[in-house]
Design a protein around this ligand. Sequence first.
Ligand code: GLN
Length: 200
Amino acid sequence: MVSEKRLNIGVLNVQGAVSEHAEFVRSLGDNVVLVKHPEDLDQIDGLIIPGGESTTIGKLMDKYQLSETVREKANKGFPLFGTCAGLILLADEIEGNEKAHLQLMNITVNRNSFGRQRESFETLLAVNGVAEDFPAVFIRAPHIVEFAADVNVLSEYEGRVVAAQQGNLLVTAFHPELTEDMRIHRHFRQIVDNYKKAQQ
Ligand code: GLN
């Protein structure tokens, strides 16, 4: 599908699965901006925070002075999509005395919640309003252990919340960018499109 009006969607480019997300954005007909510095954020209508290692990504976001600007923008409705480590970065709290990062979404997360034996696996999941059969790839994935009343749970796996949305903030514990299924990215695109229209 090539959209009528291209959106400018950023992919945080400090560590992790950057190129796969960028490819999906392009495939949906939009422009990709690889975001490393605060001024890159001026050019985009929404930002994807990829999977990788959340502690590293958080440190690099601070180093490049991105954290504060991303937080300010997101508090005013700017859309963010966090996958895996990206989910951890958005959370208000991380279980186990670990300092949280952006603290934007009213969720508490457990890092690495699927154990060593199951470090990575793939399964089909229903994602509310998006897909009945989404191929979810989990890699040392977190899950959401607590969430505020206005957090919309989109998907659960074995009783654990693994995808959710709170207004402009979308998160998945799994990696849609490592499949060929663009339905969740298309859902994010819709959030970005609505945000952009509301700005005009
Ligand atoms: N477990 C990693 C972390 O805590 C996330 C893994 C991933 O993004 N694939 O950052």
